[in-house]
Design a protein around this ligand. Structure first.
Ligand SMILES: [Zn+2]
Length: 253
C-alpha cells in the first residue's frame, strides 16, 4: 500500500520538477503562472495535468491544439516516481527517505537543465550543499565531518582537475557548475562516495563521450555536459556504493 503511495507521491513531485527544468533556466517563477501549453498558451486544467496518467489519456497531445507534448514530461515523472519507490523500499518513511529524495530530485532537475542548456544553476547546487550538511547532523549513517570533507573534496578535487585541464588545453573543459554539484554530492554522501562518483561519472561519461564523438564524427573539442554523468555516478554511489567499495577492496586483498 505505502509502496503505491510512494510512487504516486514521486510522480507528483516529478510533475513539479518538470516545471523547474522548464522555468529555472529562464529565471521564471516556479509557482505562477499555472501550467500552460507552450504551443497554444492555453492553461492546462488540473485533470489534464495528472502526472503520467494525463499524458497517456491525451496520447501525448495538447487537448486544444493537438500539438505533441514533449516526452520529457512523462520521462521525468517516471524517473522521479521510481526514485521515490526505490528510496522508500530501502529506508521506509524516515529522514533518510526525505533527505535522499530531495537529493535525487535536485539531481534530476540539474540533469535536465544541464542537458538542455549546458548550465548547472547555482540556485539548486548551492542550497543543496547546505541541505546536505544539515542532513549529516540528522542522519545516523553520515557524520558531519564526513559530509564536510565530502564538500571540500568534491569541490576541491574537480576544481583541481578543471584548473589543470584549462592549463593544459587552454580552454575550459569543466564548468564551475560541476564543481558546485560535486560539493553538493559530497555534502549528501560523504567523501568516499564523492571519489566513487567522480570515478563512475568519468567512466560512463568517457564511454558515452566516445560513442557520441564517433557517431557525430566530432573531435575532442565537442563539449558534453558532465552534470548528468556526475548525477548518475552519485545515484550509483548512493544505492551500490558500499557494495562497489567492498568488491574493490576484495580485489585488492
Ligand atoms: Zn496547445
Amino acid at each position: 500500500m505505502w509502496h503505491i503511495v510512494s510512487i504516486i507521491f514521486g510522480a507528483i513531485v516529478g510533475s513539479f520538477l518538470n516545471v523547474c527544468i522548464y522555468r529555472v533556466p529562464k529565471g521564471e517563477s516556479i509557482v505562477t503562472p499555472g501550467s500552460h501549453c507552450p504551443h497554444c498558451q492555453r492553461p492546462i486544467q488540473f485533470y489534464d495535468n495528472l502526472p503520467l496518467v494525463s499524458y497517456l489519456a491525451l496520447r501525448g497531445k495538447c487537448r486544444y491544439c493537438h500539438h505533441p507534448i514533449s516526452w520529457q514530461y512523462p520521462l521525468v515523472e517516471g524517473i522521479t516516481a521510481l526514485s521515490s519507490f526505490l528510496l522508500f523500499n530501502r529506508f521506509g518513511i524516515s529522514w533518510s527517505y526525505l533527505f535522499y529524495f530531495s537529493f535525487l530530485a535536485s539531481l534530476i532537475v540539474i540533469t535536465g537543465i544541464d542537458l538542455f542548456h549546458q548550465i548547472i544553476p547555482d540556485v539548486i547546487s548551492l542550497p543543496g550543499i547546505g541541505v546536505g550538511f544539515i542532513a549529516s547532523l540528522i542522519l545516523p549513517q553520515l557524520t558531519w565531518l564526513n559530509s564536510l570533507i565530502g564538500i571540500l573534496l568534491g569541490g576541491g578535487s574537480l576544481f583541481l582537475v578543471a584548473a589543470v585541464y584549462q592549463w593544459l588545453f587552454k580552454r575550459e573543459g569543466m564548468g564551475g557548475g560541476d564543481v558546485k554539484l560535486l560539493a553538493m554530492i559530497g555534502a549528501f554522501l560523504g567523501w568516499k562516495s564523492v571519489i566513487l562518483t567522480i570515478l563512475l561519472g568519468s567512466l560512463v561519461g568517457s564511454i558515452i563521450g566516445v560513442i557520441v564523438m564517433v557517431m557525430k564524427e566530432k573531435d575532442f573539442k565537442y563539449a558534453i555536459p558532465f552534470g548528468p554523468f556526475l548525477s548518475l555516478g552519485a545515484v550509483l554511489s548512493l544505492f551500490y556504493g558500499e557494495k562497489i567499495i567492498q568488491w574493490y577492496s576484495f580485489l585488492n586483498r
